[in-house]
Write a protein that binds this ligand. Structure first.
Ligand SMILES: *Cc1c(COP(=O)(O)O)cnc(C)c1O
Length: 371
């Protein structure tokens, strides 16, 4: 038997999550965000699950190229635009839309020789202070871009820094709306959190022509712990599972793992799981981190090491060598769930980071794919 650690990707879950976003955003069109190797799920598997989207949003030209090779002929947008003038040639060749967030990108466009008009999304810095033109500089950038013969269409885009709080987006939205009020352009506003969390009461709706969900498509929650993925009706698209490769009987006072951070309070059994931080499982997951053995919830004990971690078998007396272990996702054998958000919270981080950090040494299997 090969090492039993495996990540299973479920395109059907992505299809379901995309549908969930459609219900929430009405007739807005959807850029499915597939940057960072589709949040660790693999671009090809994500394409399989998300080809019902209206477009794909990526970070890199190479990702766009891969989508074209997979057969996608629809819109693709580069979320940070081009990083150097030369990449504009790839935009023309592959028919890519691209964000423009700074003057240098406009200069490159002005010097670009192209037969095809470019579709650009002009980014406003509405308060996050990462990328984009300040509101007072936005309209002149818009005018300059629109006047370029290389540019066919200019849309407006901004990004919320607090989309996961019901009030958070409204100040930025007001700034964006004021500065773009009379521009005849399409607008793209919302990430996952803003797509699902429609504001309450007096606040204006976060309506836009295009939304940009990422994390929800993969079945994790954008605002855990306020809402779990289950609260949002999402299905995990990645399940990380393994097996027990050893079982130990501990006497009272026996220590477990590097640093002896766990001491057995009573005689107990411990399971050793083939998964460690070398696989992308966070080393910060200390004793108490939830984990499922044979579909039963128990806890990680002691420190996570590079290739292994230990689990408490007291709640699972029937567990033995070879028992299934679910690190996150849905148990292939028992169907029980453990959200990546919960595991991430135990490590002081968010589900996004765990999904993206899946290590290249972990074999990935796409459900329904012919091997
Ligand atoms: C990554 C990204 C998104 C998607 O964010 P989620 O929180 O995963 O939905 C949307 N817009 C931009 C500009 C991004 O960079």
């Amino acid at each position: 038997m090969t090492r039993p650690l495996l990540a299973t990707i479920d395109p059907q879950a992505m299809r379901h999550n995309l549908q969930r976003v459609r219900q929430a955003v009405g007739d807005a069109r959807i850029w499915a965000v597939v940057k960072a190797n589709a949040y660790g799920h693999g671009l090809a598997a994500a394409y399989e699950g998300l080809r019902g989207a209206d477009g794909f949003a990526v970070l890199l030209v190479q990702e766009a190229q891969q989508l074209r090779q997979l057969g996608w002929r629809g819109p693709i947008v580069l979320l940070e635009g081009v990083f150097e003038a030369r990449e504009l040639e790839a935009c023309s060749r592959l028919g890519l839309s691209h964000v423009v967030h700074c003057d240098a990108q406009i200069d490159w466009l002005a010097a670009h020789k192209s037969q095809l008009g470019q579709h650009v999304l002009l980014k406003m810095n509405s308060g996050m202070n990462r990328l984009g033109f300040a509101p007072e500089r936005y309209r002149s950038a818009y005018a300059r871009l629109s006047a370029l013969p290389q540019v066919e269409a200019v849309d407006c885009i901004t990004h919320f820094s607090q989309a996961d709080s019901p009030m958070g987006a409204s100040a930025q939205l007001a700034i964006f709306n004021t500065a773009t009020a009379d521009l005849a352009a399409e607008r793209s506003l919302s990430n996952s959190a803003a797509s699902l969390l429609q504001p309450q009461g007096e606040q204006p709706p976060l309506h836009s022509d295009w939304v940009r969900p990422g994390i929800v498509l993969y079945g994790a929650s954008p605002d855990y712990p306020q809402h779990s993925a289950q609260d949002w009706g999402l299905e995990p698209a990645m399940s990380l599972h393994s097996r027990l490769i050893a079982v130990q009987h501990l006497a009272v006072g026996a220590a477990v793992g590097y640093g002896n951070t766990f001491i057995a309070p009573e005689p107990m059994r411990l399971g050793v799981v083939a998964c460690g931080y070398g696989d992308g499982y966070p080393r910060h997951c200390a004793t108490g981190t939830p984990i499922l053995v044979d579909g039963v919830r128990t806890q990680v004990i002691g420190r996570v090491s590079m290739d292994m971690l230990c689990v408490d078998l007291r709640p699972v007396p029937q567990a033995d060598f070879g028992s299934e272990v679910l690190l996150w996702g849905r148990s292939p054998r028992y169907g029980s769930l453990l959200s990546v958000d919960e595991v991430a919270a135990a490590a002081g981080t968010i589900g996004y980071e765990l999904l993206c950090a899946l290590a290249p040494r972990v074999p990935v299997q796409t459900m329904g794919a012919t091997a």
